[in-house]
Design a protein around this ligand. Structure first.
Ligand SMILES: Cc1cc2nc3c(=O)[nH]c(=O)nc-3n(C[C@H](O)[C@H](O)[C@H](O)COP(=O)(O)O)c2cc1C
Length: 323
């Protein structure tokens, strides 16, 4: 019912993209979202080429619909991963760096669609000029690393005016109302992060999920506190973890598993706690968007997709009928 330029382009049924989220966007989560009719994404950050190829080939066998792979440019050391992703996935997407026509060409050579998450109209224009098939406008309500300075509505307005390609809206969207608002404003779909961190299939540590569920709408802060390993990159987290990290008495808050190896998480480090993380979870980066106050339970990803899409559709229909 909610057919848009995005659903037609990607070949999914529902105009929702689950955000790529390091350590959280596991294949299990992406597959659950894709099977529910939306676009599931896995994160390829710091995943070696052979492991990425293996994960994606298993997903190809299991996916019930299109899925995508997300790269963070500051951590893209092994460029062959882009070609591997493009041959296996429907969408390959980039964040945090100048849009690069060379990377987009590599994605197209593998027959995938290329996308870029942007924080300004200028960056959106550069992404479209680089050949991207769609862009994601990320408002500063977003959880995780925040690229731009504008709230979602102002940004969406200027990005829609700037580019001819479909535009998704990201940042603070966790309810049917917020999804309907973004679609009514002209977005071809929405990208949802924080709400999926609390999904049953997410890779997040249970204490991180509990902290999100307990948080109110004013409990996030845009900060540069967790900048060790990734400097000059503002991010939105729960205010409680900033306070906990500041008062934590040691240099290492715990251990996290990345690509099969256990590594120390430095105090103020970038990684957020996943299921296998040990240590002082509440003093690690607990990324959260402003929508966190609307999240009150753990649900299967398919239930989240269903609630958002049917609710948004009902609201859009009601708005279209005479008062
Ligand atoms: C836990 C978490 C991790 C994230 N990691 C990434 C990432 O690895 N790559 C990326 O492109 N965006 C990442 N983001 C940002 C999302 O792409 C998206 O902009 C954001 O989640 C949207 O706002 P919302 O969280 O309010 O839904 C992350 C967000 C969260 C909450």
């Amino acid at each position: 019912m909610l057919e848009t330029r995005f659903t037609r382009l990607v070949g999914c049924e529902i105009p929702i993209q689950q955000a790529g989220m390091g350590g959280i966007a596991t294949p299990e989560l992406a597959l659950a979202v894709s099977r529910a009719g939306a676009l599931g994404m896995v994160t390829a950050t710091l995943v070696p080429p052979a492991a990425l190829a293996q994960t994606l080939s298993a997903m190809q066998g299991a996916a019930g619909g299109p899925f995508g792979v997300s790269f963070l440019l500051p951590f893209l050391d092994q460029r062959e991963c882009v070609g591997i992703a493009a041959q296996a996935a429907r969408v390959v997407e980039f964040f945090w760096g100048t849009p690069d026509p060379g990377l987009v060409a590599e994605v197209h050579a593998g027959r995938a669609l290329a996308a870029w998450q942007v924080g300004s109209a200028d960056e959106a224009r550069a992404a479209a000029d680089a050949g991207c098939d769609f862009v994601v406008a990320q408002g500063q309500e977003a959880g995780g690393h925040v690229r731009g300075r504008l709230g979602l509505l102002s940004l969406l307005d200027s990005v829609l005016a700037a580019v001819p390609v479909p535009v998704l809206a990201a940042g603070g969207i966790a309810t049917p109302r917020a999804m309907a608002a973004a679609l009514a404003a002209g977005a071809a779909g929405v990208r949802v992060g924080t709400r999926f961190v609390t999904a049953k299939e997410s890779g997040a540590h249970p204490l991180y999920v509990k902290a999100l569920i307990d948080a109110g709408p004013e409990d996030t802060v845009l900060t540069d506190t967790f900048s060790v390993l990734w400097p000059n990159a503002p991010h939105r987290v729960l205010r409680s973890c900033v306070e906990a990290a500041r008062t934590f008495p040691r240099d290492v808050t715990g251990e996290i598993e990345i690509a099969g190896r256990r590594i120390a998480v430095p105090r103020f480090g970038v990684p957020c706690p996943t299921r296998s993380t040990t240590g002082e979870i509440c003093a690690m980066a607990l990324y959260a968007g402003e929508s966190v106050g609307q999240i009150s339970s753990v649900e299967p990803a398919a239930a989240i997709v269903e609630e958002l899409s049917t609710g948004a559709e009902r609201l859009l229909r009601a708005a279209a009928s005479p008062l």
